[in-house]
Design a protein around this ligand. Structure first.
Ligand code: ZN
Length: 267
């Protein structure tokens, strides 16, 4: 089908409808209203516009929605800090983190019955508008914990587990991509609903120590694995290769990312 000649009225979705359904899907109720004049400035009639506190104000994400092509492109900005890394290592880790975020955060979402293809692009930006990330290499065989408290003044740490015994470089790279995508997601969850959602991994861990709860299920035996949840490995384990292929940002979390970011709407 040639999309440029497709009937634009068929299943047309407006920004207003998109917003209404998006906000409902992530349980962010309308908080208040303001009046806005529509049409020519003087004669225009006044309409009530819904205002949602906090929505679309994150400085580190920008969304462009092409309603006709059902395509959503989201740029997310991270300030990857070199610290004491050699240039080659810095370039490599930065590239892997960006690939990982794109791989695990790009998906499809349905809003108001319309399916959209979502591509998330991670970009480096050395500015306070971006999410600050310290890139680190762990040379010892101990697995060092990556983290992103997503609190003002504390950088995220994405740790490359170079010293992991017997692991191939490919496996270490895959681990780093997955970890980077997960840690980025903490900025989204924190922005939308704060500590309990973010540090609590959507209810799967205790928020403070981030250990799993008694009620947390094991990994799903098949199908997709929620990138942002912890699972109880004693109840059901998933091997690393399956976690690499089946983990994905869930639709609700992609909607949370869009809710956080500024939206440009194209018809
Ligand atoms: Zn986490």
């Amino acid at each position: 089908m040639d999309l440029t000649t497709a009937n634009p009225q068929k299943n047309a979705i407006t920004l207003e409808r998109f917003e209404e359904h998006l906000h409902k899907a992530i349980d962010k109720p309308t908080t208040n209203f303001r009046m806005r004049r529509v049409g020519p400035s003087r004669q225009g009639r006044r309409i009530e516009v819904k205002v949602h506190n906090g929505a679309h104000r994150a400085t580190w994400a920008k969304t462009t929605i092409n309603s006709r092509l059902r395509a959503i492109s989201i740029n997310v900005f991270l300030n990857f800090k070199q610290n004491n890394l050699r240039q080659a290592d810095y370039s490599k880790l930065k590239a892997l983190a960006m690939v990982g975020i794109k791989q695990y955060w790009s998906n499809t979402i349905t809003v108001d019955g319309v399916r959209f293809n979502v591509i998330v692009n991670a970009l480096h930006k050395s500015s306070s508008d971006a999410i600050p990330v310290d890139l680190k290499i762990e040379d010892s065989p101990d697995y060092a914990r990556s983290m992103n408290p997503a609190i003002l003044g504390i950088d995220a740490s994405f740790v490359y587990q170079k010293g992991t015994l017997r692991a191939s470089e490919k496996l270490i790279n895959n681990d780093f991509k997955l970890v980077s995508a997960h840690e980025f997601g903490h900025s989204v969850l924190m922005y939308v609903d704060g500590i309990s959602l973010s540090w609590g991994h959507k209810g799967s861990t205790n928020a403070l120590f981030q250990n799993i709860k008694a009620s947390t299920p094991g990994y799903p035996t098949s199908g997709k694995i929620d990138l942002m949840k912890y699972y109880d490995e004693i109840k059901n384990k998933a091997d690393f290769s399956r976690r690499v292929t089946d983990s994905i940002a869930m639709e609700v979390d992609i909607k949370r990312l869009i809710w956080s970011s500024e939206i440009t709407w194209k018809n």
